[in-house]
Write a protein that binds this ligand. Structure first.
Ligand code: FES
Length: 255
């Protein structure tokens, strides 16, 4: 029998969040999301959370389990039990809870939009598609796997102290266009991304890399943008000096 300690919040009934415990026998092979569904369907129908695909594709079910963000449908419940046979569930961090495990993604989407997540091509559209070589595609392949679950955003240490930081998801999305051979605005993009709140404000904690459930690996993408910015002679010196001494940065981008 496992204990699920779930952070509950319903501002219409109680202004402060609180923890509620549910006991559940975890069926063999059940995912964390299966367990949450079992709790909702058999113990408390008012428990709120997001889900859709149940296949680690849509990104809806991201929550914090035992302090770290993950996709609930991607992890088996029994693998998350702590020494007391307990799993503690909380809403994603760095976003405002709306109800129970549901958070407000508005700032997340605002930041994605801020990096202009669309191609600005060099020429008029050709009659057919714009072609890329396999090598060119490989540069943006990993960033293209991001499913916008918000796990990296939730556990980003910079966002904990600086709301203005674009965050790992938006910067990974930015790399997908900075590195796109068909785009014409690379210099403008890395200049914009070098403003306060951009790439140079990343503290290199690597937490986003740990939490990303896909090969998008935001920290690697941030380093790739830094490399392009340095190659093009673009950097914001103050932000750079404050957060990352140049020798450390050069070592990072070289690896
Ligand atoms: S429900 Fe779609 S990723 Fe988990």
């Amino acid at each position: 029998m496992a204990t699920f300690r779930i952070k509950r919040f319903n501002p219409e009934k109680q202004p402060e969040p609180y923890f509620e415990e549910f006991e559940l026998d975890i069926p063999d092979g059940a995912t964390l999301l299966d367990c949450m569904n079992e709790i909702k369907w058999t113990l408390d129908g008012s428990l709120s959370y997001r889900m859709s695909c149940r296949s680690a594709i849509c990104g809806s079910c991201a929550v914090k389990a035992n302090g770290h963000a993950l996709l609930a449908c991607q992890r088996q419940g029994e693998h998350l039990l702590d020494n007391d046979d307990t799993i503690t569930l909380e809403p994603l961090g760095n976003m405002k809870p709306i109800k129970d495990l549901v958070v407000d993604f508005t700032p997340f989407w605002d930041k994605i939009n801020k990096v202009k997540p669309y191609l600005e091509p060099k020429d008029e559209a050709p009659a057919k598609e714009r072609l890329q070589s396999q090598e060119e595609f490989r540069i943006i392949d990993d960033a293209s796997t991001c499913i916008m679950c918000g796990a990296c955003y939730s556990d980003c240490n910079t966002l904990e102290v600086d709301d203005n930081f674009l965050g790992p998801a938006a910067l990974a999305k930015a790399q997908r266009f900075v590195g796109d051979s068909r785009d014409s605005k690379t210099l403008q993009r890395v200049q914009d991304l070098s403003e306060p709140g951009g790439i140079w404000d990343c503290t290199h904690c690597g937490e986003c890399e740990e939490r990303c459930p896909k090969p998008a690996r935001p920290f690697d993408r941030i380093k790739e943008i830094m490399t392009v910015a340095l190659e093009k002679g673009v950097q914001t010196i103050m932000a750079h000096v404050m957060h990352c001494p140049l020798p450390i940065l050069l070592k990072e981008v070289a690896t």
